[in-house]
Design a protein around this ligand. Structure first.
Ligand code: FEO
Length: 402
């Protein structure tokens, strides 16, 4: 793929990773991803971010189609996680930049990860401006969106925001722009990315959007480091609206049932819970935790506000994949959820109560007593599951209609 022109003298020079299926070791990205890097040609030529180490040759090849890499004067490192900074040692060696710009935390992270001896690192402060000739860059720190070192770079005259991880999506395609891609697939990818990476920092997302409004920043292009680039006003508006909605997490009329079953009894219970939800008009998804990665539950929570978890009991606790689901959800801190727990057992049966307690600990409003079944489930136990589904469904409807 050739470099892609974004605006006069502004190019995408990154790499597309079509086969990535495990994003950052914690989220599955069934559509692959990209590592976007950008070049701005001016009196000082600037490279914004690099790519995963595996794609360094591609990055250098694309830069070479625009200029000799040795002509790069400045490198801006908006974030030092390896998917953006993995190539930095080679790039510095080849380009011999005059300066490398990063945040204070970025410098700390850079020095901890790479041999930076002799590197011309220059720390920039939040709001600091840098003139590169006809253009000015403003650096804005976005701490914890999603790392302590994260920042974004705004190219003032061109109204281009290099937003790093913010506003990204795991999409691998030969298209580079949102307006060249299917809007439903894009929307799905944005939610998957946000719910598995950005969600815990939602209050900061809202503050950042508010800050952008106060600063009066205008955007012609929003260029993240993963996925597609936003370049129409409609798409940019859609992006901000979607981010505000994902950060606010309003109640949505849909439920997720996730279960893990040893011999099939808990699975039967999960489907009975689903019947209960359906009887009160609440659509739902059922996820078998043994067959799906734990990030699938988060993907579904992007469109759901009820979380119902069930597991058999083994060694006095839920099964290990369900424990993974619980740990993943807990760490990502979704808000505005109702829920309940269930599970079968053949021995001691602690699992439903333990799951129930975990749901409470993560702030889920538990609206039904946990249901447990001894082997079975027998008719009475299935009825209890059905009623659990009904209770959760009715509580959710009340929230949605409030
Ligand atoms: Fe895309 Fe935080 O790395």
């Amino acid at each position: 793929m050739k470099p892609v022109l974004l605006k006069n003298d502004i190019y995408w020079v990154g790499a597309v990773d079509y086969n990535l299926r495990n994003f950052h070791r914690y989220s599955r990205s069934p559509q692959g991803s990209t590592y976007n890097a950008y070049i701005v040609k001016d009196q000082k030529n600037v490279l914004f971010d690099t790519v995963d180490e595996e794609y360094c040759d591609e990055l250098l090849k694309r830069i070479s189609e625009i200029m000799d890499p040795a002509e790069i004067d400045y490198i801006v490192c908006n974030h030092m996680e390896k998917d953006h900074a993995g190539s930095i040692e080679r790039i510095v060696e080849v380009c011999r930049p005059e300066k490398i710009f990063c945040s204070a935390m970025g410098e700390k992270s850079m020095k901890a990860q790479f041999n930076t001896e002799g590197w011309p690192i220059q720390v920039v402060k939040d709001g600091e401006r840098l003139n590169i000739g006809k253009r000015n860059i403003t650096f804005l720190e976005t701490r914890m969106l999603h790392w302590p070192d994260s920042m974004v770079s705004y190219l003032e005259e061109d109204k281009v925001l290099f937003s790093n991880d913010a506003f990204g999506q795991n999409v691998a395609t030969s298209s580079r722009f949102v307006d060249e891609y299917d809007s439903t697939l894009l929307s799905h990818a944005m939610k998957d990315y946000y719910y598995n990476i950005i969600l815990p920092y939602s209050p900061l997302v809202l503050k950042t959007v508010e800050r952008i409004g106060k600063l009066g920043l205008q955007f012609d292009i929003i260029a993240p480091d993963h996925g597609l680039i936003f370049r129409t006003q409609d798409d940019i508006k859609f992006l901000f609206d979607t981010y505000v909605e994902m950060a606010t997490q309003p109640y949505k009329l849909r439920a997720v049932i996730a279960f893990e079953s040893l011999w099939g009894a808990t699975k039967k219970m999960a489907y009975a819970v689903g019947d209960g939800l359906q009887s009160v008009g609440v659509p739902f998804t059922i996820i078998d935790a043994q067959e799906n990665h734990c990030s699938m539950v988060m993907n579904e929570l992007a469109d759901s506000s009820a979380l119902i978890l069930g597991s058999s009991t083994r060694n006095n606790m839920p099964l290990v994949n369900m424990l993974g689901v619980i740990a993943n959800v807990k760490g990502l801190k979704p808000k505005n959820l109702v829920g309940a727990a269930f599970g079968s057992y053949g021995w001691s049966g602690e699992s439903p109560k333990m799951i129930n307690d975990e749901l409470v600990a993560m702030g889920v409003e538990v609206v039904a007593e946990p249901v447990k079944a001894y082997f079975g489930p027998n008719e009475a136990e299935l009825k209890a599951c059905f009623e659990l589904g009904q209770k959760v469904g009715l509580a959710l409807k009340e929230k949605v209609n409030a």
